[in-house]
Structure formats: structure tokens, C-alpha cells
Design a protein around this ligand. Structure first.
Ligand code: AMP
Length: 220
């Protein structure tokens, strides 16, 4: 099983790049934010619980998040591996993932950090739109759709995420940047961290990520 982790602050471009990489590698793109949003839409008890934290820009408690993620890894389509996006978000989650993988004789192959300076993130998040159906991400300037307001992939309307409004954006960055640093240090200490400059255009960031993967995946 190949487990690749995409790391980055909110707005760094994890979702966009995870989708590209997952397609390239033929692995499912597993985003805990998407799983939570689907649970919120479905009105499940998990969704109701998660929503309380998401609305404040805080992290959903580890017990809930880790259980949801491990359940997802057990699904048949994840047998060959996954591209993880938005998980782990703190050191405790990284440790929980490590021990769960260890019981299967596996480990995180690489953790790819998309590095964007904190001061750029607010602008990126406030210009972000996602489609209603599939959550495909766009940016009003950096990555606009062909037809304004409509998703290129599935034709559904684009909307702003509730937590991309300016009040929540600041809270998310305040709350989430420090734990992300803990995750970065965790993977650095395991020798699997690779960093790509996230200020480049989307195609160049993808190229950087693929180059980082080449030593472990030749002929990509
Ligand atoms: P994202 O789409 O990755 O920005 O996630 C949206 C929101 O879902 C976050 O602001 C958190 O409230 C919650 N969330 C997503 N992934 C995690 C995680 N690994 N741990 C805790 N909360 C998470």
C-alpha cells in the first residue's frame, strides 16, 4: 500500500495538487475535509459533530477524525494506496496514522509539503470557490473556470465555502498553522519530508511534486 501525504496550510493548494497526483498515480484522493463536508450534507451525527468545529475554523477532535480516516483506508478502493489531503493535521494524528500503518507493515512513503508563506494564504482562501457537486477547487485569479461560475469538470455551480469567509479564514490560520508545523517536523524526523515551493503556477507545483516522487516511483 502506498501512502502519500500532502501537507500545506489551508489555501496552499493541497486539494488541487492531491487530485492531480491521485489521478496520475491511479490512487484515490482522500481528503478529510471532503469527508466531513459530505457528512455535514448528509446530516449524519458525525456531520453534526464536525460542523461545530468547522464553523469556527477549529480542528475536529482527533478521536473522531482518526476513526473516520482509518475506516476510509479500509475501503477496497484504498487497497493499493491513497493520496491523503488534509490529514494528518497535528502530531497526534500523524502518530495515530503511523501506528495504524505499522500494524499492517506499512508506513507513509513520502510527505510532500506545498510551502506557501503565511501572509499569502488569506488572499488565496478568500479568492477560492468550489463546485457544489464535487468540491472541485478554483481560484478567481489563479485558476478560473472556463465559464464563470460553472465547474469545468461536472458543470455544477461554484460557491464559496462557509469557512472561506474572511472571519473564519483568520481563525483557521491562527488555529491550524502551529499544529501543521508539528506534522512537518514529525515527517522530517522520519526522513520522508519533501518540500515544493507552492508560490509557483499550478503546473509547476505539480511538476515539483512529481519530481519529488520520482526516486520512489520511476517512469511517472
Ligand atoms: P479542509 O477542507 O481540509 O480545509 O478542511 C475543512 C475543515 O474540516 C477544517 O478547517 C477542520 O475543521 C476540518 N478538518 C479537516 N481535516 C481535519 C483533520 N485532519 N483534523 C481535524 N479537523 C479536520
Amino acid at each position: 500500500m502506498r501512502v502519500l501525504v500532502l501537507l500545506g496550510a489551508p489555501g496552499a493548494g493541497k486539494g488541487t495538487q492531491a487530485a492531480i497526483l491521485a489521478q496520475r498515480l491511479g490512487l484515490p484522493h482522500v481528503a478529510t475535509g471532503d469527508l466531513f463536508r459530505a457528512a455535514v450534507r448528509a446530516g449524519t451525527s458525525l456531520g453534526r459533530e464536525a460542523q461545530k468545529y468547522m464553523a469556527l475554523g477549529e480542528l475536529v477532535p482527533d478521536a473522531i477524525t482518526v476513526a473516520m480516516l482509518l475506516e476510509r483506508l479500509d475501503r477496497p478502493d484504498a487497497r493499493e494506496g491513497v493520496v491523503l489531503d488534509g490529514f494528518p493535521r497535528n502530531r497526534a494524528q500523524a502518530e495515530a496514522l503511523e501506528s495504524a500503518l505499522l500494524t499492517r507493515g506499512e508506513r507513509v512513503e513520502l510527505a510532500l509539503l506545498i510551502d506557501v508563506p503565511a501572509e499569502e494564504l488569506v488572499g488565496r482562501l478568500s479568492g477560492r470557490y468550489v463546485c457544489r457537486l464535487g468540491g472541485h477547487p478554483y481560484h478567481i485569479i489563479e485558476n478560473p473556470p472556463a465559464i464563470p461560475g460553472i465547474c469545468d469538470t461536472d458543470g455544477s455551480p461554484l460557491e464559496q465555502r462557509d469557512d472561506d469567509r474572511p472571519e473564519t479564514v483568520r481563525a483557521r490560520l491562527t488555529v491550524q498553522l502551529a499544529p501543521l508545523q508539528g506534522v512537518i517536523e514529525f515527517y522530517r524526523s522520519r526522513g520522508v519530508l519533501r518540500t515544493v515551493d507552492g508560490r509557483q503556477p499550478i503546473a509547476l507545483v505539480s511538476r515539483g511534486l512529481i519530481e519529488a516522487l520520482e526516486p520512489v516511483t520511476p517512469h511517472l
